[in-house]
Design a protein around this ligand. Structure first.
Ligand code: ADP
Length: 547
């Protein structure tokens, strides 16, 4: 009869009802196989339809099939049916309400838990437990809908009624309690969707993302730009980001959010005084250092300028003095040469001795002249960078001996006694003979000029630690320690009263130093005022360095 009803029924709802009744009949008359098939059909065709109690036929059919398999003692198959039903309900195959969902899920879970308690069918149990662990997306949706119905919709309605009364329906935001937290809902009326009904559109804010991702970044930027410290706190004064209680001092300000109905406040406070003090101290220190540095730079600049100016004026003075000295130096021998030349020319009756003296004076003065002019020429070549040396291998001792011999006449003429200690174990070395001769002549001429009382000159040449040392010592006026470093500078001459008419250009020692250095060597002076001086020219035996 029920089968007939099934085919006769005009609506699907009735067809489903008839099928369900047919299944029941077959089940009670123990026609399990047929009953099973009927429930398969019911589930496939009318699974989504609801019975009178409001439960989908799909779920009821599965329950019945479970029952059939139980009666047929097909335990495993019955459990599989339940497991599949459990999965389908959780995945939202049937659009059921939250109480219906809870009812079926609790029912199935209690039966399955009971069945699996004896440890049978471990594989099915495993799948059941895995399923149970997964979050049910449908349940979440159900809960959310429930939340909207309970918390959000009434408030939205209330607000919209109020705003309608004021003649405007504005979009808005509201805060609704959800579980133990809050949910911020933004909503608006959807325009003219269906004239008879009002539809609301809206969304829920992800407050967790807001707290964890957005707030920290915004606060950090603001703190960096403004230098003030900012915290978001809840009603209990706890920082919502860290969960710690914030110290709310009387200097801090707490602000509510105007645009958003957040249950939080913004706590604005000055950084701790010690922080400010530390920053100020650090800045003071930095500025202090900078200022000191600038002042030091300025002082150094001023010092350099003053030094430059005084050097410049000293050089100008020395140059003027040089011109004066050199003119004087040129004038004396020239006058003498002219005087004795004219005498020889005019007076023909001169005695032999007188003639000899005149010739000697002319020769001596012209030698003095050429020595002076040679020094000036050498100096100008050095200054222009054009002085060239002619290094040749030879015996240094021989050059020293020859030069000394040719100068001996002048020295003895002026009453000097000469001692010489010239070693003969010096190897042949590379040097410029003329330059070395000029070194010796300059040193001897100085020794002569600056020894007014004890007229003793010692010339030594010896080997010392890979060097050849040419030494000229005198027992003259000596040089004070403050002048010893300066006598090698160009034009420099020590002012002294003892030897007032010493004559000279201030270039001799400059040349000596330059020649010694060109040979890869150096010059050294040991002197004590009133006792004499020792000038040592130290030349490496290996000769001047190439290049
Ligand atoms: P010059 O002899 O033409 O003045 P130098 O360059 O040879 O120039 O010497 C520079 C200065 O060094 C001299 O003016 C002199 O004051 C000092 N001096 C050089 N040699 C001696 C020396 N043997 N004894 C004392 N003073 C010396």
């Amino acid at each position: 009869m029920y089968r007939k009803c099934t085919s006769l029924a005009s609506t699907n709802q009735h067809k489903a009802l008839a099928l369900e009744a047919l299944g029941r009949c077959l089940l009670s008359s123990k026609k399990y196989r047929e009953a099973y098939k009927v429930y398969d059909e019911l589930s496939a065709r009318y699974g989504q339809f609801l019975n009178k109690a409001g439960h989908p036929y799909g779920i009821l059919a599965a329950f019945q099939q479970y029952e059939i398999e139980q009666r047929r003692k097909r335990e495993e198959s019955s459990l599989k049916i339940f497991l599949s039903l459990y999965e389908k309900i959780r995945n939202g195959v049937w659009l059921i309400t939250l109480p219906t969902y809870d009812f079926f899920i609790v029912e199935i879970e209690s039966i399955l838990d009971d069945k699996f308690s004896e440890g049978r069918f471990p594989e099915i149990r495993e799948s059941y437990l895995a399923l149970q662990k997964q979050q049910s997306s449908y349940l979440e949706k159900l809960l959310f809908t429930d939340f909207l119905k309970r918390e959000a919709v009434p408030k939205i309605k209330e607000k919209l009624t109020l705003s309608r009364m004021r003649g405007e329906a504005k979009p808005g935001r509201l805060l609704a309690a959800q579980k133990e937290d809050f949910c911020l809902v933004s909503y608006n009326i959807l325009p003219n969707f269906q004239p008879a009904k009002t539809f609301y559109g809206g969304f829920c804010w992800d407050l967790i993302c807001l707290k964890k991702e957005i707030f920290p970044k915004i606060l950090e930027n603001l703190t960096r730009e403004s230098g003030i410290s900012l915290q978001v706190i809840d009603e209990r004064g706890r920082n919502i980001l860290t969960g710690k209680e914030e110290l709310i001092s009387k200097d801090s300000l707490s602000l509510s959010y105007r645009q958003f109905p957040f249950p939080w406040k913004l706590l604005v406070s000055q950084p701790a005084f010690s922080d400010l003090e530390r920053t100020a101290r650090r800045e003071n220190f930095l500025y202090g250092i900078l200022l000191t540095f600038i002042v030091a730079l300025m002082l150094m600049g001023a010092f350099l300028i003053v030094r430059d100016i005084s050097r410049e004026s000293e050089t100008t003075r020395l140059k003027t003095e040089f011109v004066h000295n050199i003119s004087h130096e040129l004038k004396t021998p020239l006058t003498l040469i002219r005087l004795y030349g004219e005498t020889l020319q005019r007076k023909e009756d001169l005695k032999k001795d007188e003639k000899k003296e005149a010739y000697e004076i002319i020769t001596k003065e012209s030698e003095r002249l050429s020595h002076l002019i040679n020094n000036v020429l050498d100096f100008s070549r050095i200054e222009m960078g054009r002085k060239e040396f002619d290094f040749k291998k030879g015996s240094l001792a021989q050059v020293v001996r020859d030069t000394l011999e040719s100068y001996r006449y002048h020295l003895e003429k002026k009453g000097f006694s000469i001692k010489k200690e010239i070693t003969s174990d010096l190897p042949e070395m590379n040097f410029d003979g003329e330059a070395i001769a000029s070194v010796l002549v300059n040193l001897l001429s100085n020794a002569m000029k600056f020894s007014p009382k004890i007229k003793e000159v010692t010339v030594k040449l010896f080997k010392d630690d890979g060097n050849a040392v040419l030494q000229v010592a005198d027992k003259g006026i000596g040089i004070s320690p403050k002048d010893t470093s300066r006598i090698f500078s160009r034009f420099y001459r020590v002012k002294n009263e003892i030897v007032s008419d010493s004559g000279g250009s201030g270039l001799g020692l400059t040349l000596v130093k330059h020649i010694a250095e060109a040979h890869g060597g150096r010059i050294n002076v040991e002197s004590e005022p009133g006792k004499g001086s020792i000038f040592s020219v130290i030349l490496p035996l290996s000769g001047p360095k190439k290049g």
